[in-house]
Design a protein around this ligand. Sequence first.
Ligand SMILES: Cc1cc2nc3c(=O)[nH]c(=O)nc-3n(C[C@H](O)[C@H](O)[C@H](O)COP(=O)(O)O)c2cc1C
Length: 366
Amino acid sequence: MYETIQTPFNYGGLTLKNRIIFAPTTFGLSDEDYFEKIRRIAAGGCAMIIVGDVPVGKSHFGKSLFDKKGFAFYQKVIGIAHDNDCKVCAQLHQSDSNIKAMLKYVPGVLTKRISMQELRPLLNNEVAPYITNMPHKKVKEITSAFGTAAVLAKKAGFDMIQIHGDRMCGSFSSSIYNHRTDEYGGTAENRARFAVEAVSAVREKLPDMPIDYKLAVRQENPHYGNAGVIEDELKVFVPMLEKAGVTSFHVTLANHSDLENTIPPKNHPYFGEPGCFLKFCDEVRQYTNLPICGVGGLTDPDFVEKQLADGRIQCAAMSRQLLADPDWVNKLKNGHADQIHRCVRCNKKCLGGLMQHQGTHCIYEK
Ligand SMILES: Cc1cc2nc3c(=O)[nH]c(=O)nc-3n(C[C@H](O)[C@H](O)[C@H](O)COP(=O)(O)O)c2cc1C
């Protein structure tokens, strides 16, 4: 039973002990609680954890590889995962929030006149001018920082790099946000340039490092997601990213709209079904032979096994399901699939907890 799930796989140059990956997930927890979550997930049997949102420079908001404390934090996370025979991937990201533009909303947020829900579209409105007017020199500094960050990530012990293809890579990719008239704007080839340079910077510094790319796909009909690459442009982006050094793709819906589109609840009007984003994997498959990891509503062992066995995807990433039951893989392995706590995609304490500044949890937690 569940043979494909349990078969080791060479994922873009990195051998994974099985096909299950913990999808990048921000936790908003204290360091000690975060370490314990990572320990539980790694001990539960998944092959790799993708650590979400590792900044490519110093950061006021998240842990940074560029300072001693942040570097030590990531080393500890990696140590915990490795002790449990689990690989670790750093999701390198550059935020596309314009800090200066954000400052004007701080009083409203502090006095609770602006809720976190209301803040999001306000910040999204700032993205287009930020991306469009960013000085050429700053663009180059950021893309090259991906290379510097990757070197630090490797030094800390990460086994793989994932380039976050949403955030700044995604907003440069998108004609909705990118109205530049230089070589970074206009045609799909030009809008791909930022992401391609970020990948190339990593490849140049680390010739042998596996590089995963979180490919954020925007859907036009009906419209979902604002950043990222529209389905019609995949034929341009995918080969360019592969040529730059990407060794695998992690495919999902693009962001910068309602978070409940990329993290869809069960009652989502369009993405409520199991494997809700796998159709984007099918589209990406037309343009590459590299391994593809699917994500989104992958909870049912039989369903996941079928997608893998049919070769539709080579790995399956899960966020909320492994929050609901970190032992998902071990339970399958030990013949106890019936005892898995299945994620019901309620979003109450995972996304809900994060948005309410209470940290990412699950309704099943005691
Ligand atoms: C609480 C929470 C935090 C997340 N944080 C990140 C993140 O930091 N980076 C990222 O690329 N995706 C993030 N995601 C999205 C997940 O990686 C995943 O794509 C999404 O939840 C759909 O998969 P699922 O149905 O297995 O949960 C987050 C999801 C949740 C629930």
